[in-house]
Design a protein around this ligand. Sequence first.
Ligand code: ADP
Length: 324
Amino acid sequence: MLFKKKRLAVAITVYWILLGYIVSGLVWWFIALETQNQQMAALKVRQMKMDTPDYITRYDAIFTEENKKTAQYIGEGSTFLLSFLLGAGFVYREVRRQIRLQQQQQNFMMALTHELKTPIAVTKLNLETLRKHKLDEQRQQKMIRAALQETDRLDVLANNILIASQLEGVGYVQSKESLDLSGLVEASMQDFRHRFPDRPWEQHIEPGCTILGDVILLQLLVSNLVENALKYSPREGAIDVKLEHKGRHVLLSVKDQGPGIPDDEKKRIFGKFYRMGQEATRRTKGTGLGLYLCLKIAQDHKATLKVADNSPVGSIFTVIFKTR
Ligand code: ADP
């Protein structure tokens, strides 16, 4: 990793040195050509005899010619410089984007390994404990619930990865049918309440919200938004899920009382593998695929997905679906 960073720093330094060299070379050529141009004009003037009949006209012609050449050098030079700088800027931006993506992919692979191993380890341990020891009913239930929570997380993770790769290719055939979004959100919330009974939940689900959509994708959208609200807010912070009609639209919003999302991150969080903060100091689990998928699913349903600040703290994710 350190070796790669060093190589990258060397490559970037070489890039800037070359860029500086080319630009200063161009400036040097301009100065040289312009000096030569002035010298040529002065020589031509000197070679003219004062008693030449059309001295003034020829004198003027020499300087018009000189000015024309200067304008030509400036025009050509600046066009070249501008296109060169534009090209160099474009290459730099693209390379930086690729490097960032590669870094995020690497982080994703590391997070994925961890995300896969933890639920498997917890579930295995709990099952082995249940098999080996005679526990009282309450402790048994606690262990079973913990194991179920972990397998559910694994399930969401597997779905995210599978569907992300399928949606990018042509592997996923969406079936858009008229579906009862109210029922879907209600069922999803029941599941969350069951899995996390200690969290303060609030829900306002208007019945009869029907849209055209794909059940599996919409379930994934809802569970990713709610999972994030759970993951990024304190245990005592209420999570408010609302579904309602507004004119010709159906609005789904998930509010939490977490740390919120700074304005300059509000667009970036929807990027593939993007996770806020530094890899070394981050404590929450995740792969950076959830919101990327949510946005993709919303777009596939011709819906918009927005994030705003909750008051006084937290975030509100809102999906706006068209009803017809
Ligand atoms: P993951 O949660 O796996 O990291 P996501 O794509 O779901 O990936 O989210 C991307 C990033 O956006 C997260 O890493 C987190 O920093 C931020 N984020 C998402 N949802 C919330 C939320 N409800 N509150 C605060 N930050 C959030």
